[in-house]
Structure formats: C-alpha cells, structure tokens
Design a protein around this ligand. Structure first.
Ligand code: FE
Length: 258
C-alpha cells in the first residue's frame, strides 16, 4: 500500500506516485517518481545502484516489473542514470534520454545487449503514449544540463521538473508557504541554472500548460496553482549562473589542504 502522502494523484486508472526514498548517507536526497496509466508505468530519473534493487522491488509490488514501459532520463547526471544497466537488464522497458547524452551514458557501464533500448530524443521533445494517456516530453535544456527534458502529465496536471524547483534541507514533502520555501531552493538555482535569460524563455513556454503540481527530482513538491504561479514569478526575476559568476574568474591564491 502506498501511503497517502506519496500518492500525488490517483483517479483509479491513472496514478502518480512518489516512490519511497531509499537514498541516505552521502547521496543528495532524490525523488523517484512513477506515473501509471491503465497498469503501465513510466519511472522518472531512477537514480543509482544503492537504490536500484529497492525501487525494482517496489515497482514489482505496484504494477509488476514487466509492466514498466518507460524509464525517463531527464539528463546524464549520476543521480539519474547510474543504475541504467540494471534497469534495462531486469525490465522490458525502453529508456528515453536527450539525444545529446546518448554516447555518454554508456560510460556508466551499459551492456551491448541492452544499449539499443536507450532511445535519444531530439531537442524539440516528443509525446509518449503510456496506457491510454499521453505524456509530453518537454524541452528544458540548460535546466540545468545542456540537454534536459521534463515530463508534463495532462491527466494529473503535473509537471515533473527535474532539477528545476529542486530544494535541499527542508523536512516536508509538500510546500505550504512559498516565501519560506525559497531559502531551500535559492542556492541550488543560483549556482546550477546558467542564466536568467533561459529561465524566462522556459517560463514563457511552460505558462501555456495547465499545471497544478510541480514535482522536482530533489526536495518538496509544489501543489496548487497559487504556489505554481509564485514559483514561475520567482524564476522570472532570479539572477543566476553567469548573471552572478563574472567575479569567480580569478587565479587561485590559497593552497589545497587535504
Ligand atoms: Fe542534475
């Protein structure tokens, strides 16, 4: 049974589930999401080796391993891709990833037997059919990776935003107070997102969608149109990346102390 808190949406035939967080220790906290429609599943950004076997068991209990149709890889980072070989070896799923990273991902150790089941998606994105629903693979390049996608699910009106909207250090699953939540997002966005210009382009595109929930890959979920709009407004005005980094280019003058 999935605890209520981890059911992001459920209408009987379509479910959006935040899988249990099996990460701990030195690993950055990461959310792994599962979208299910008519018994078929897509797992999003499934993470590394330490969480793989636990997640696989959970998928088995929820929908059956053979009903996992897609593994969505938003970009090439290890907290997303590291265990992809295990996922491909133990499921029948197709992995989808930005075409930009298709020749890099095999460096994580992908067997020749399964490597062709990782399909590259071009910069323009695509629409994927899952069960009786359609999922939009939305361009989100430079959010933060130069080749990066998000998933929009029109049934639950959820945007899976990947690293955008990531928060670190809070102790709640759902954002209640946006103003108080900003402190947990600010550092990450200022350093990992390359520029305000790209944020504005993204916000302009994403405001065309009907979004009730933003589910990032790290930290708390933003639910409700008011909080979602506050998030877009905040991004539009956020200086980040190269807007702030010009002064970092100085020759180092202090010694490494291991
Ligand atoms: Fe990342």
């Amino acid at each position: 049974m999935v605890p209520e808190e981890r059911k992001v949406f459920d209408n009987g035939s379509h479910q959006n589930i935040l899988l249990e967080d099996f990460g701990h220790g030195e690993m950055v906290q990461a959310n792994v999401h599962l979208i299910v429609d008519s018994g078929e599943g897509m797992i999003l950004d499934p993470g590394g080796h330490k969480v793989f076997k636990h997640l696989l068991a959970e998928i088995g209990g929820l929908i059956g391993v053979d009903n996992l149709r897609y593994i969505f890889l938003s970009h090439q980072d290890p907290d997303i891709v590291a265990a992809i070989n295990g996922w491909l070896m133990t499921t029948k799923a197709t992995a989808i990833a930005p075409v930009l990273w298709i020749r890099f991902i095999p460096h994580f150790g992908v067997d020749r037997l399964v490597v062709n089941r990782i399909k590259g998606i071009g910069d323009e994105g695509t629409i994927v059919k899952l069960g009786r629903s359609e999922l939009y693979i939305i361009p989100a390049h430079f959010m933060h990776a130069p080749g990066n996608f998000q998933v929009y699910d029109p049934v639950s009106k959820t945007l899976y935003s990947g690293d955008l909207g990531a928060s670190l250090g809070q102790d709640y699953v759902y954002v209640e107070n946006f103003d108080e939540h900003v402190q947990y997002m600010e550092g990450f966005h200022k350093r990992y997102i390359p520029s305000n210009k790209i944020l504005r382009a993204w916000v302009k595109m994403i405001r065309q969608l009907d979004i009730e929930t933003i589910a990032p890959q790290h930290g708390a979920i933003m639910k409700g149109r008011d909080i979602v709009n506050r998030f877009f407004d905040w991004l539009e005005d956020l200086p980040c990346g190269i807007d702030l980094m010009e002064n970092i280019y100085r020759i180092p003058s202090s010694y490494f102390e291991g």
